[in-house]
Design a protein around this ligand. Sequence first.
Ligand code: APR
Ligand code: PHB
Length: 386
Amino acid sequence: MRTNVVIIGAGPAGLMLGRLLELAGVDAAILERKSPDYVLGRIRAGVLEQGTIDLMDRAEASTRLHAEGLIHHGIDLSFDGDRQRIDFSALIGRHVMVYGQTEVTRDLMNARKAPTIYEAEDVEPHDFDGKSPYVTYKQGGTTHRIDCDYIAGCDGFHGVSRQSVPQTALTLYERTYPFGWLGILVDKPPVADELVYAHHERGFALCSQRSPTRSRYYVQVPVDENVEAWSDTRFWDELRLRLNPETAENLQTGPSIEKSIAPLRSFVAEPLRFGRLFLAGDAAHIVPPTGAKGLNLAMSDVATLADALIEATIEKSSAGVDAYSAKVLQRIWKAERFSWWMTSLLHTFPETGAFGRRIQRAEFDYLCGSQTAQQSLAENYTGLPS
Ligand code: APR
Ligand code: PHB
């Protein structure tokens, strides 16, 4: 078999890239290791920047998003019980949309006309240094080969694409944090109209939502914490302690329908192009979820990559593919900086001690008193221009 582009991974990055190429008349095969149900079973964040909404429009996959997505004009910060609303619309005339990543994935799956190859085992990119790359995979005991012009590695942090590059050609930048987020999903209305990001000496907490009847809550826990140690009751008690009293009182609790712990990590690989292989999305970078940037960053990578691959295939110009890595890394590092900053402001870091907490308090007080500081948060949270 032969195609223009082989995309490895059918998460939101791979599916969006596939859809943009499909609409431009560029052939692409998508190879995914898991089943569609498995992919749709992953619970991820759910805050979309305007750029991501625009891209869903371009992909002709946005009907449900416009009907069901919730426009949020701001967020609430809480620091040891003191509250500050950040009013994006008043500060910079922008907003975000709450719409689950799972739903984005489902809409992109439904929009795609060509079949996606699911449950592809042992996917391997080959010869991307030369002019004739190809990808092999196994299905039902048979090995298949797809010849192509380009390979897009959209296979997430643990994927094969980045691992296939000679490690001497890669520079990795990484920061791990000594904590993770314990999250639960519950069929109860959200505690507040907007998201509440809370710092407390017991640790960070976040009140998020998926719909008017479904909520998502998180508490910071040590990185080696065992999810089994957290009954629903323990979770709700801990969350209440970390919120300001008024929010805690309004909390509607119920049985969790999902409960898991995710570690926090900042990670960037450079460069993102190796001959005819490109990395995009979580394969290229990870941000801690505090700034809600992961999905949006993956989407802006593939918007740039799609334009580059369309230009290379249809206009036979390599300008876009040559510029891809440097262009997207600029935006990636700005999102890394913002996600690290939000994480540093709102979590407890045992190693920084009392001095560290005073600095965090000063940062919060500065935010409360400075419209300029609030504008900076607002423009980063709602999405910097690409
Ligand atoms: N072969 C084929 N597919 C693979 C392989 C492999 N060797 N390894 C991983 N995959 C698949 C995974 O099963 C997954 O479906 O690649 C896909 C990668 O999807 P995501 O992890 O969702 O990454 P991405 O599409 O870049 O989306 C980024 O996801 O993790 C969040 O915060 C992140 O919201 C951001 C978004
Ligand atoms: C979520 O709803 O899961 C969510 C929202 C905002 C974040 C992170 C996660 O910053």
